[in-house]
Design a protein around this ligand. Structure first.
Ligand code: AMP
Length: 214
């Protein structure tokens, strides 16, 4: 499949993307994960992006497009991919459209995950992430907890609450989403690519997306 996952922070894009990769081996491309990896390894990109990310702001479009041009040109992306967290602004969506035309790639469709705001707030404040940048498994202290001592079930590293998941940063990220990312819904509607899914349970959402694909 070649799809884009759109949705507010906490809408479950990462979880849905991971489940979909198991379906047909598509590559999950998460700009958030790429940036967190770069921050962890202390690269120039990581240092440039960290301040924006920690404050719950979007990383500038030019920096994101630099990352994505390289990533999408990699051979394993030509066949199948799930874009998770990209594009997030109208300029990114326009640049992606040009890039797709250049690389002769056609999207299947754009998935918009619709989740009520109170569900999103609850999910984000209870989310924990594995601190190991090679793992980054996501947990939820209510519905999918790590081990009782707070360590990751997969790799044994500590799990943490991300700096951008404090209450103030979350509020700011949701405002940024409403202002900068939600206009993409209309953008892709006009392109004839948008499909909306009410998403309270990731497994049900994945089943509905698979149905659309087939
Ligand atoms: P995520 O894990 O997708 O919620 O992303 C975490 C953070 O990474 C965001 O709050 C932004 O600071 C940054 N980020 C990820 N993807 C993008 C993007 N496409 N454009 C700008 N910033 C991004």
């Amino acid at each position: 499949m070649k799809i884009i996952l759109l949705g507010a922070p906490g809408a479950g894009k990462g979880t849905v993307a991971k489940l979909l990769t198991e379906y047909d081996g598509s590559v999950q491309i998460s700009t958030g994960d790429i940036i967190r990896g770069a921050v962890k390894s202390g690269t120039k990109l990581g240092m440039q992006a960290k301040t924006y990310m920690d404050a719950g702001d979007l990383v500038p479009d030019e920096l994101i497009m630099e990352i994505m041009k390289e990533r999408l040109a990699e051979p394993n992306c030509r066949q199948r991919f799930i874009l998770d967290g990209f594009p997030r602004t109208i300029p990114q969506a326009q640049a992606l459209k040009g890039l797709m035309e250049e690389l002769k790639i056609r999207l299947d469709f754009v998935v918009s995950l619709e989740v009520p705001r109170d569900v999103i707030l609850d999910r984000l404040t209870t989310r924990r992430t594995c601190a190991n940048s090679d793992c980054q498994e996501i947990y939820n202290i209510k519905s999918n907890p790590p081990l009782p001592d707070g360590t990751c079930i997969k790799c044994g590293s500590p799990t943490i609450q991300r700096d951008d998941e404090t209450e103030a940063a979350i509020q700011h990220r949701l405002e940024t989403y409403a202002k900068k990312t939600s206009p993409l819904i209309e953008f892709y509607q006009k392109e004839g690519l948008l499909k909306e899914f009410t998403s309270l349970n990731s497994k049900d959402t994945v089943a509905a997306i698979k149905k659309q694909l087939s």
